[in-house]
Design a binder for this molecule. Structure first.
Ligand code: ADP
Ligand code: MG
Length: 344
């Protein structure tokens, strides 16, 4: 049914903190569309501040629901008959036809894999599963080295070839298993945004599982106010509130989906070069970008690279990134130049 990650639910790294939320219940203005539900094993919230007179909230909800269901049918690894599941099950070495949406996501993933030198890799699924973050119940055990080595041989983004003209892909490894958990939610956010814009809606917030797209203003006619969570397990607290408009944003973190053994935390973000969960002092990365798809994938890529390498790459490639780093007495923030620039 769902994109893979989301099984254990709480991956929502951002709380949406609206200007109006602080007001008294009595004079709280109502959004003409305020739609929350579950999809991809997580939750989503869509708010529209102004609805054109030709459109009703009910019709819009239906259109959004249909779009999200279609995307689930294309990109879910939980749904056995999804387009992606069929590709994963297909061990043929032939060129395979792919729908335009799935092709766009695979291409974007490939581009971020190249730019991050393999830190971002959608073929990492067998290792995600081995460490217990996949569809099977969590095992809470550290797999042995031989098993890790064996899975490492099967992965690698270079094992997917692309034919742009024919929109086909080819698997160089028959057992290649593609997992779009770190990019598909972002793509879905962009597509909902597009749908709203096609309906002449210019003031909205779309959020799926913590990945967001914002346009125009909130109901109080102010920029949207988005809270970046303090990267602590348990009680949710706000690290920072960002006033934002006309931008997308995503956060990756090690503090929601993980297990601990003898004081060591094993996160659901896997370093594809080591075959192990990331192990460093970086607690979360928040990305601002023109698309939620890029923001989503870059957040995971920089999370894998860590505070130093990740920061250097962000500076190099002008990626707007906010790093929250664990210190002895709390957290330190480090923002890339692009991030500072975008908030100006
Ligand atoms: P986060 O909010 O922490 O980024 P996401 O749900 O967006 O969480 O992405 C994490 C998921 O991505 C993991 O559960 C796993 O399925 C997949 N994943 C883990 N490591 C990588 C990686 N290095 N590259 C791409 N996908 C990954
Ligand atoms: Mg993400």
């Amino acid at each position: 049914m769902y994109f893979k990650i989301l099984k254990r639910g709480s991956v929502l790294l951002l709380l949406v903190f609206l200007f109006s939320a602080c007001r008294q219940q009595v004079d709280k203005p109502q959004y003409p569309l305020h739609y929350s539900d579950a999809i991809f094993g997580t939750t989503f919230t869509i708010k529209v501040s102004k609805l054109p007179s030709s459109m009703t909230g009910k019709r819009l909800r239906k259109q959004i629901k249909r779009l999200l269901d279609n995307l689930n049918g294309q990109m879910s690894t939980y749904q056995k008959d999804s387009e992606l599941s069929k590709i994963n099950a297909n061990s043929s070495a032939d060129w395979l036809s792919v729908s335009p949406s799935l092709y766009a996501v695979l291409k974007q993933a490939n581009s971020i894999s190249k730019l991050s030198d393999g830190a971002f890799d959608i073929t990492v699924g067998p290792l995600v599963n081995l460490w217990g973050f996949g569809p099977d119940p969590m095992s809470f055990v550290v797999p042995d080295k031989a098993e890790i080595e064996q899975k490492l041989k099967r992965i690698g983004y270079k094992k997917i070839l692309f034919d742009d003209e024919k929109q086909k892909i080819k698997k160089l490894e028959p057992k290649l298993y593609i997992d779009l958990s770190a990019i598909a939610k972002g793509y879905a956010v962009d597509q909902v945004g597009l749908l709203l814009e096609q309906n002449e809606i210019a003031d909205y917030m779309v959020e799926i599982g913590g990945e967001l797209k914002l346009r125009g203003h909130n109901i109080a006619d102010k920029p949207w106010r988005i809270a970046v969570e303090k990267p602590t397990a348990g009680n949710r607290a706000i690290q920072k509130v960002l006033p934002l408009t006309d931008i997308s944003l995503a956060t990756s973190g090690d503090y929601r989906n993980y297990f601990e053994l003898e004081g060591v935390r094993f996160s659901h973000t896997i370093d594809p070069r080591k075959g192990r969960p990331i192990a460093h002092k970086l607690a979360s990365v928040t990305i601002l970008s023109d698309t939620a798809m890029k923001a989503d994938a870059w957040a995971t890529a920089l999370m894998v690279l860590g505070a130093e390498q990740g920061f250097n790459l962000a500076e190099n490639k002008s990626i707007a990134a906010l790093f929250i780093i664990k210190t002895d007495d709390g957290f330190a923030e480090k923002a890339s130049s692009s991030f500072i620039e975008k908030l100006r």
